[in-house]
Design a binder for this molecule. Structure first.
Ligand code: MG
Length: 453
């Protein structure tokens, strides 16, 4: 029997009504119930319109397998992961499609250590869903609503900025949760720390009326404007489930995640000399430079938060991060957490007593470009990658994830299929603007041709 692969790089994702429905959610709940063997599972969901419906079916499946459910309701992914790890639960499930458009939803399955389950366990879940034969037990589990689920999470977050607490008071921060569930976390934590908090798009709404759920420099014009108008120290934007953070400096300039990651790495390695940092193969050369300067060690992984998390645990890394705004900080929890990331950036501000733009400007700078190319289907995505591999024969420097070509004294290019959407992504980084245009000028037409053939 061939088992259909359901998990992508970030859990199970799909369009509701087409790929995912209540029967499927019941199957996910049942199979996770079997996986975690009749113990206690923490469940939560994001603000998508379909999340409530899917979580009810998911919980039904878990209870039918005799598993007790600790029900957190609306919560961010990192807060749920923190609770799983710190309450002795056997696992957790978050109903979310992260930053995807409103019609999507999905499931992130979390292990007892608060990190998404490893591939072997995903395969077990996939096989159980494929078999689709559930026997409801005679003694169903008990569902208990969790009271104030965020309180222990908030207290733990605050403990990481204890020393800087005084300097954080009065910092003016604009928070843009993008109508996602981080409206419940970041503004509250910053408020408790004495920051002056302004929020936009802070009504949780699965239609994402304020802006697309993915925080990117091109979707954050409002944040940028409000930061300038309010003379704020910085602005931060999260994705739908609150695990990513993209920052605007006090001039309103919005930076990609690897700029802030590089800043945070510089600070964290200052406190942890020789520490290890984990990042996917598409991160900036600037991070490499800073880690080298601090005598740390940079370890590259495939793209996907689970690879970063699991590698961090395996090698004992202190920090991890992704160019899309994911920052993983082991002293808190080695998963990406948009609120923790915000505290780390504020900590850098407090420790250096300099504006964010200055802190970022003094880091090594290279020029980066990112493009996405729509594909007709997942099959077309695979075919295009195969054609590209043939075309680039002899030039590919790494196939850790997608195809990476390093061009001497110019920079690098990476083309990889998205793990969650029918897209090919192209990343390019040049030493100078001219190098970058030369790289994109050569590789963009190559990708377009590979898609057309
Ligand atoms: Mg997310």
């Amino acid at each position: 029997m061939t088992v259909r692969r359901l998990f992508g790089t970030n859990g199970i994702r799909g369009v509701v009504g087409r790929d995912i429905d209540v029967d499927f959610a019941y199957s996910v709940g049942s199979s996770v119930g079997v996986l975690f063997k009749k113990r206690r599972v923490v469940v939560g969901w994001d603000g998508r319109v379909s999340s409530r419906m899917l979580s009810e079916a998911l919980v039904g499946g878990l209870l039918a397998q005799g598993v007790d459910v600790d029900d957190c309701g609306l919560i961010t992914t990192p807060a749920l992961q923190f609770l799983v790890k710190n309450t002795g639960a056997s696992g957790g499930v978050m109903v979310t499609a992260s930053h995807n458009p409103p019609e999507y939803n999905g499931f992130k399955v979390v292990d007892s250590d608060g990190i998404e389950i490893a591939r072997e366990k995903e395969e077990k879940v996939e096989a159980l869903i494929e078999r689709n034969s559930w026997r409801a037990g005679r003694s169903p589990g008990v569902r208990t609503p969790r009271q104030a689920p965020l309180q222990p999470y908030f207290a733990h977050l605050e403990s990481h900025v204890e020393k800087e607490r005084e300097k954080l008071q009065g910092l003016r921060v604009v928070v843009d949760p993008g109508n996602g569930v981080s409206a419940l976390t970041t503004p509250t934590v910053l408020g408790r720390l004495g920051c002056e908090v302004l929020t936009i798009n802070d009504n949780i709404d699965g239609g994402f009326p304020g802006r697309p759920s993915e925080p990117r420099p091109d979707t954050l014009a409002t944040l940028s404007r409000i930061v300038r108008e309010a003379k704020a120290d910085l602005g931060v934007a999260h994705d739908g489930d609150g695990d990513r953070a993209i920052f605007a400096d006090e001039t309103g300039r919005v930076h990609w995640g690897d700029r802030t990651l590089t800043l945070v790495a510089d600070e964290v390695l200052r406190e942890n000399p020789g520490g290890k940092v984990v990042t996917p193969v598409n991160s900036s050369m600037a991070l490499e430079e800073v880690v080298k300067k601090r005598r740390g060690k940079l370890v590259l992984t495939k793209v996907g938060s689970i690879f970063v998390s699991r590698t961090m645990v395996k090698i004992g890394a202190v920090l991890g991060g992704e160019e899309n705004g994911g920052i993983f900080y082991t002293p808190h929890h080695p998963v990406r957490d948009g609120t923790m990331a915000t505290l780390l950036v504020l900590k850098a501000l407090a420790r250096n007593s300099l504006p964010l733009s200055r802190l970022l400007d003094r880091l090594p700078r290279f020029m980066m470009a990112k493009e996405k190319f729509q594909c007709k289907s997942d099959g077309a995505k695979k075919k295009a990658m195969a054609r590209l591999r043939t075309k680039l024969k002899g030039r590919v420097s790494s196939e850790l994830d997608g195809l990476r070509v390093d061009v001497k004294d110019k920079g690098w290019v990476l083309v990889r299929p998205s793990g969650t959407e029918p897209l090919l992504r192209l990343y390019a980084e040049g030493w100078t603007e001219d190098d970058l245009s030369a790289l994109t000028g050569e590789f963009k037409p190559l990708v377009q041709a590979a898609l057309k053939d």
